[in-house]
Ligand binder design. Structure first.
Ligand code: NAP
Length: 309
């Protein structure tokens, strides 16, 4: 069994920063990633609020620089899906379909996944008009009409981005006021290619080979109407990607992991960082900061508990 001082689960900004700090702390460190390194930011066209990032810094390029920096510092990055974590007398045993690994400390940095609409047609037309990533799919909707569900920063930012490609973008929000604030909100309110439909939820997605229309519910009157369009982008927030940890560490009622300010969970030796935490702000900068704190604290824990491999 391969042995590590610190095992990090998830290679988004929190996990990659934790990897950088842990490796620089001379901890033998591994990051496990089940998908693509970089996390949710690789789906963002431009990162505008990470201090020091160049104005035209795409999420992908920022994430890739973080990945390279962690690897250059000496951190091992393995593309494996960890399916269980067990506490044993020797440390934590992490299992993937391929292999088992032993680690003295674990940092959970698995982030979150998009909240689905959960309506008829959504699963059927995913990849055929239903999308959760504007950066990935916007180019397929050049000159077409698309809808966006949600009223938060993601929905508004991505709706703005989609207007570069689509001829018209409808934004469906379930309330009469956007959740998004500040500059992103001002931008969408002044975007002539976007029509905001307040008090609307998407109830059904229709199509044949591809999406052709959505059925919308007026949340005030209850009235249902059909709107023809070519695609629907879902940005209804996120849910934590904590499936395998729910029985291991304490979470809140929505599944976000509870930590103290040192990123410690209720299980000694297990830390959590980034979006997966029960936290007040989910941004690249907070994920990176969490990762740095978690790695530093995990390193101290390894030293104090004599668990260095
Ligand atoms: P969010 O802030 O949780 O917003 C989710 C939106 O979806 C809300 O408008 C919510 O409506 C709506 N919604 C949730 N469930 C729904 C349902 N079942 N049916 C219809 N609508 C539903 O999520 P987010 O916009 O993805 O942002 C997540 C975090 O990332 C936030 O902290 C945000 O600030 C941050 N972020 C920042 C940026 C940036 O550029 N700074 C960009 C993207 C995200 P209600 O408003 O009625 O609750």
């Amino acid at each position: 069994m391969q042995r590590y001082d610190i095992a990090i689960i998830g290679a988004g900004p929190a996990g990659l920063t934790a990897g950088l700090y842990a490796a620089r702390d001379l901890m033998k460190t591994v990051i496990f990633e089940k998908d693509t390194a970089g996390g949710l930011i690789i789906q963002t066209d431009v990162i505008e609020n990470y201090p020091g990032a160049p104005e035209d810094s795409s999420g992908f390029s920022l994430a890739d620089r973080m990945r390279q920096q962690a690897v250059d510092a000496g951190c091992t990055l393995l593309y494996e899906n960890i399916t269980s974590v067990e506490k044993t007398g020797e440390g934590f045993v992490l299992s993937s379909a391929k292999e088992q690994y032993l680690a003295s400390a674990v940092i959970i940095a698995g982030g979150s996944v998009p909240r689905k609409l959960d309506v008829p047609g959504e699963a059927e037309f995913t990849g055929r008009g239903v999308s959760y990533c504007a950066t990935c799919d916007a180019m397929f909707f050049r000159g077409k009409v698309v809808g966006v569900s949600g009223g938060g920063d993601s929905a508004v930012k991505e709706a703005n981005f989609l207007t570069r490609f689509a001829s018209k973008v409808y934004l469906f929000h379930r309330r009469d006021e956007l959740r998004a604030r500040g500059e992103v909100r001002e931008r969408i309110l002044n975007n002539p290619k976007c029509e905001i439909m307040y008090n609307r939820t998407v109830e059904k997605i229709n199509g044949d080979m591809k999406v052709t229309s959505v059925e919308l519910k007026d949340t005030v009157t209850g009235e249902i109407s059909e709107l023809p369009l070519d695609g629907i982008f879902v940005f209804n927030g996120f849910v934590p990607d904590t499936g395998i940890f729910r029985d291991l560490v304490e979470t809140d009622s929505d599944g976000w992991i509870i930590t103290d300010e040192r990123m410690r969970t209720n299980v000694p030796g297990i830390f959590a960082a980034g979006d997966v935490r029960n936290t007040v702000l989910r941004q690249v900068v907070t994920a990176a900061a969490d990762g740095a704190v978690a790695a530093t604290q995990a390193g101290l824990w390894v030293d104090e508990n004599g668990g260095k491999m």
